[in-house]
Design a protein around this ligand. Structure first.
Ligand code: IMP
Ligand code: MG
Length: 200
C-alpha cells in the first residue's frame, strides 16, 4: 500500500478537506496516531494498575485524543473536562489563562492525569498544573499528544508524550484554527498564518 500523502493522510474516501489549500504537509498520520495512542494506553495501564486515574481533558483540543486514549487504557478510569481560554489576541497563548468551564469532580486524593492536545510554550500547562495541584490530588501527571520540539520535555515534566513536532502550526485530531479541522483524522500543517484565534 502506498504511504499516505498529504493532505489526505490516509483517508480512503473523498473528503471536503482533500482540496483545501490551507492543509499542508502531513505531520502525524492516522495509523501513527492509532499506534501511539495504543502504546500510551498500555503504558498508563501498567503505571496506574493499582490506582485507576481520573483523566482530566482540556477542551476543546484534547477531546479526540482523550476519547481514543481512554479506550486504550484497560482500567476503570473516570473522566472530567475543563475548558480554558487565554487572555490576549495572539494565535499562541499569552500564558494568562482563565477557566471557562471548571471540573465537576473533586480532585482531593485522586490520581489525576491531565490530558492535553499540544504543549507549545508550556504556559497553559504551568497554569493548569498550579490550579489542579491546589486541589490536593494524590498525584498529578501530564499526557500530551503533541509537544513542540524546542522544549525539553523534562523541563515541562510531561510523563507521557505522543509526538514531538516542529514549530509549524498544526490542525486535525482535535486541533483547530478558528474552530475548523478538528475532525480531521490526522495531524497536518496549516498553510499560511493561523490568524487571530482563541486557543482552545
Ligand atoms: P501553550 O500555552 O503555548 O503551551 O499553548 C497551548 C495551547 O495553544 C494548546 O492547548 C492549543 O490550544 C494552542 N495551540 C498551540 N499550538 C497550536 C497548534 O499548532 N495548533 C492548534 N492549536 C495550538
Ligand atoms: Mg488546548
Amino acid at each position: 500500500m502506498p504511504a499516505p500523502s498529504p493532505p489526505t493522510g490516509g483517508r480512503t474516501v473523498p473528503s471536503p478537506y482533500d482540496a483545501d489549500p490551507r492543509l499542508g504537509a502531513l505531520v502525524v498520520g492516522r495509523q501513527e496516531l492509532e499506534d501511539r495512542v495504543v502504546e500510551l494506553g498500555r503504558q498508563i495501564t501498567l503505571d496506574y494498575a493499582d490506582r485507576p486515574p481520573l483523566l482530566v481533558g482540556v477542551l476543546k483540543g484534547a477531546f479526540v485524543f482523550m476519547s481514543d486514549l481512554s479506550r486504550s487504557i484497560n482500567l476503570p478510569v473516570e473522566l472530567d473536562f475543563m475548558a480554558v481560554a487565554s487572555y490576549g489576541s495572539t494565535t499562541r497563548t499569552s500564558g494568562v489563562v482563565r477557566i471557562v468551564k471548571d471540573l465537576e469532580l473533586d480532585l482531593t486524593g485522586r490520581h489525576v492525569l491531565l490530558v492535553e492536545d499540544i504543549i507549545d510554550s508550556g504556559l497553559t500547562l504551568s497554569y493548569l498544573r498550579r490550579t489542579l495541584l491546589a486541589r490536593d490530588p494524590a498525584s498529578l501527571a501530564v499526557c500530551s499528544l503533541l509537544v513542540r520540539e524546542h522544549y525539553e520535555v523534562a523541563d515541562l515534566d510531561v510523563a507521557y508524550t505522543g509526538f514531538r513536532i516542529p514549530a509549524d502550526f498544526v490542525v486535525g485530531y482535535g486541533l483547530d484554527v478558528g474552530e475548523r479541522y478538528r475532525n480531521l483524522p490526522f495531524v497536518c500543517a496549516l498553510v499560511g498564518e493561523p490568524e487571530v484565534q482563541q486557543p482552545s
